[in-house]
Design a protein around this ligand. Sequence first.
Ligand code: PHE
Ligand code: NA
Length: 457
Amino acid sequence: MGQQPREQWGTRAGFLLAAIGSAVGLGNIWRFPYIAYDNGGGAFLLPYLIALLTAGIPLLILEYSIGHRYRSSAPLAYRRISRPAEAIGWWQVAICFVIAIYYAVIVAWAVRYTWFAVGQQWGDDPDGFFFNDFLQVSDGPGMVSGFVSGVAWPLVAVWALVLTVLALGVRKGIEKANKIFIPLLVVLFVLLVIQALTLDGATAGLNALFTPDWGAMLDGGVWIAAYGQIFFSLSIGFAIMVTYASYLRRKVNLTGSAMVAGFANSSFELLAGIGVFAALGFMAATAGTAVDEVATAGIGLAFVAFPQIISTLPLGGALFGVLFFGCLVIAGLSSLISIVQVIVSAVQDRTGLGRVQTVLLVGGATALASVLLFPTPQGLYFLDTFDHFINQYGIALAGLVMVLVFGWLLRRLPLFEKHANAISSIRLDWWWKIALGGITPVLLGFMMWDSLRAELT
Ligand code: PHE
Ligand code: NA
């Protein structure tokens, strides 16, 4: 077990920036806008807010409290609660390993596209360019063709940066990086949204996003989507927040911090919804179609629709493109750093190895897996499979197991309630236990059952 004194954040603001950096990621920019649009538009905001308050923030508080109380990464912290629970921690570490491998690839694509955006190198067929030219450069061995085409080197650069930040440590690495990343992200993103709002058709886009369909609130699927978005977006159930909270000093406002992180993430999501749909409104207006025809999410939004939008902008296309892809890069990097730190920190706590050694060993292995697997033509297939599996089962299952084991089986909620209340501003009470012990497991169970059912039919 590690004998050196545990590292610490320099300030609470530093911790909050890192926590927000972890939460604000690709999901805010390319997932939320479409999920909201697809699930009742303006009416979605109500289930979404309820999900944030009844499940998102309560689970954040639980993860913060576990990490803070036991001052260790997930496996060791859970072991201190109860020996066999250590396995849950390693399972979360494994999930983080899988996510890191492909999350880094998307960040690397965004790096490459930031550069492409300058001269709009995707030509007038962004779709063909992305899937045929960019991803399947030649039939040669993946790595070699990857380096020739330039898909591989951004990935190597991303990993070099992430490992350097982690090797520098919690305060000098992670905290410093986020102190630069997050303010920069906010400034760039606000500029992007302002530019998007000036486009023709922006209003139609916003109407498409926000016009409420109140009937949607009677649809169970909409509630599942709201809870699903909250879990994904707050990165709950991956032990990331357990890990980050383990570096907090003894006296810190845990519940207040969870509120700030939760609402900051959601604000960013709303802002992204406005920016993305203003741009989609412009796209529809130029094509002479309805916004419904062009609304999309994920890879199709970022690497096909946005290049199209950027190319058709009358003015400042290069700037708009660099802003958009630059934001994806920064938001993705700060999330990636937090995912890999879960792995590094767990192994460090287990083996007592030094930080730099662990980063080189474990981070190096993750980077290698990522670099070897993904710049190949099969990469997209792996990515799709992983992403689907993690989204559908990884998150819901991990959160469900945590709540059932720590809440119901071991009955530790009162202990964490006391722990958080001793140092926090907002007092936990019966509502926290009902949210965590009742609402959260019921919804997570329902979500899992629903996706299993969809899989089978
Ligand atoms: N919360 C991140 C987002 O919104 C995604 C993420 C999931 C990051 C899991 C880390 C771990 O994009
Ligand atoms: Na998020």
